[in-house]
Unconditional design. Sequence first.
Length: 69
Amino acid sequence: MLKVNAPASEGAANRECVVLLAKALRVAKSRVHIVRGERSRSKQIAVEGMSAPEVRKRLAGIAGAEGRA
């Protein structure tokens, strides 16, 4: 789960979501896209040049590192 502080109005929360994911995955913001759910709490994200398993692996590594901190 990803939580952002930006308001949902005018796409601010979506932009913050993209920025946070890009930073976490160490990719350019331009490679992260909201594929489905722009107006919903649940979103489907695509990362150009990265498979779904690779995205999951990187995010799992981050989650595991935060749990040890």
